[in-house]
Ligand binder design. Structure first.
Ligand code: ATP
Ligand code: MG
Length: 156
């Protein structure tokens, strides 16, 4: 048991090689019918989708996913809205993916985001900002392992 889960972590580590990031299309953007337009933008931006699923977080899973924010005042609300409906999770590939994708989606607050960015186009407020993007290679690796098994990740 210990050995098999250790082997899987190693494989995710090999797959998440610095040119990959994890994104989520958040519940409100899914509910508003924006999966298609957002995926289109992602691909137009030169990000290749190498894993993807429609899924839903329980409140407890959202708490785990956002554990880094547990001391922040918005933590509970964040976990509530992230678990209120289906989301899309995807692993994206591009050179320097983490930084490139964060630049591409725009500022956390859609009002401050570039108008043509995903958050500028599809985010409605600071909390409901359409998409998540990993903030470091280490977190991209952890987040990819949170959502995907090795066989669900399609590298060239
Ligand atoms: P993400 O992690 O979703 O890609 P981010 O890295 O730009 O976003 P974080 O600081 O990690 O921003 O915040 C995580 C999420 O928590 C934000 O995307 C947003 O949904 C929510 N959030 C951040 N700051 C606030 C706030 N002050 N009030 C309410 N919600 C917030
Ligand atoms: Mg973040």
């Amino acid at each position: 048991m210990k050995n098999s889960s250790f082997a899987k972590v190693n494989t995710i580590n090999q797959v998440m090689n610095g040119n990959r990031t994890l994104t989520l299309i958040k519940p409100k953007a899914v509910k508003e019918g924006n999966i298609g337009p957002i995926l289109n933008k992602i691909q137009e931006g030169g990000f290749r989708i190498i894993a993807m699923k429609l899924t839903r977080l329980s409140f407890i899973e959202a708490q785990k996913f956002y554990a880094v924010h547990k001391e922040r005042p918005f933590y509970e609300n964040l976990c509530r809205f992230m678990s209120e409906g289906p989301i899309v999770a995807a692993i994206l590939e591009k050179d320097n993916a983490v930084e490139a994708y964060r630049d591409f989606i725009g500022s956390t607050n859609p009002e401050e985001a570039d108008e043509e960015s995903i958050r500028g186009l599809y985010g409605t407020d600071l909390q409901q900002n359409a998409v998540h993007g990993s903030d470091s290679d280490d977190n991209a690796r952890i987040e990819a392992g949170f959502f995907f098994a090795e066989r669900e990740i399609f590298t060239a």
